[in-house]
Design a protein around this ligand. Structure first.
Ligand code: NI
Length: 191
């Protein structure tokens, strides 16, 4: 059975879901595994995609819209309507590459804040797709980064927790009206 999810890559005047922002406790709560991929989940996926496209984002995790489920939508090809988004249910990273790279990240839950984060350059992720089929994917570049960023959301981790440049972090958050007290630093020695 193939259940493709078709959502137009466009902005809606009224996106179906509200995005939660840094400081909202919902973002810090771990997400639960999805037992069955049913119509209810597929409706949530459609609403998440519409919300993500409306906000011009390339990734959205369910906790960002107050849903405590292990569900992620990603689309690194916003300008290509023919390329379907990536939907990851119950994702786990099976393998990390040995090399790390640093690049700028942003997050729909921390709008306007862009900072460098170091992460493994390549990953292998196991997940279920929107039909409930088990799959694995090897990713690098922007996609690998997006997957790791979104997976962090499922365990209540935000990209600002991983920023090592404390000065830049403080300044960027302040500029955009966010508080440093909502950052939960991750020990940079633990990777
Ligand atoms: Ni994010």
């Amino acid at each position: 059975m193939t259940t493709s999810i078709l959502v137009e890559k466009k902005k809606l005047a009224k996106p179906p879901l509200d995005i939660r922002y840094l400081g909202d406790r919902v973002l810090r709560q771990p997400a639960k595994r999805i037992a069955t991929v049913d119509e209810d989940i597929r409706r949530t996926i459609v609403a998440m995609l519409q919300t993500m496209y409306s906000a011009d984002g390339i990734g959205l995790a369910a906790p960002q819209v107050g849903i405590h489920k292990q569900l992620i939508v990603i689309d690194c090809e916003l300008d290509k309507p023919e390329i379907p988004p990536l939907i990851l249910i119950n994702p786990t990273i099976k393998k990390y590459g040995k090399t790390f790279c640093k690049d700028q990240e942003g997050c729909l839950s921390i709008p306007g804040v862009y900072l460098d984060v170091e992460r493994p350059e390549t990953i292998e992720v196991a997940y279920k797709d929107e039909s409930g089929r088990p799959r694995t994917l090897k990713a690098d570049g922007l996609l690998a980064r997006a997957i790791q960023h979104e997976l962090d959301h499922l365990s209540g981790v935000l990209f600002v927790d991983r920023v090592e440049n404390e000065l830049a972090l403080t300044e960027e958050l302040k500029k955009k009206g966010f508080s440093l007290q909502h950052v939960q630093h991750i020990n940079p020695g633990v990777k």
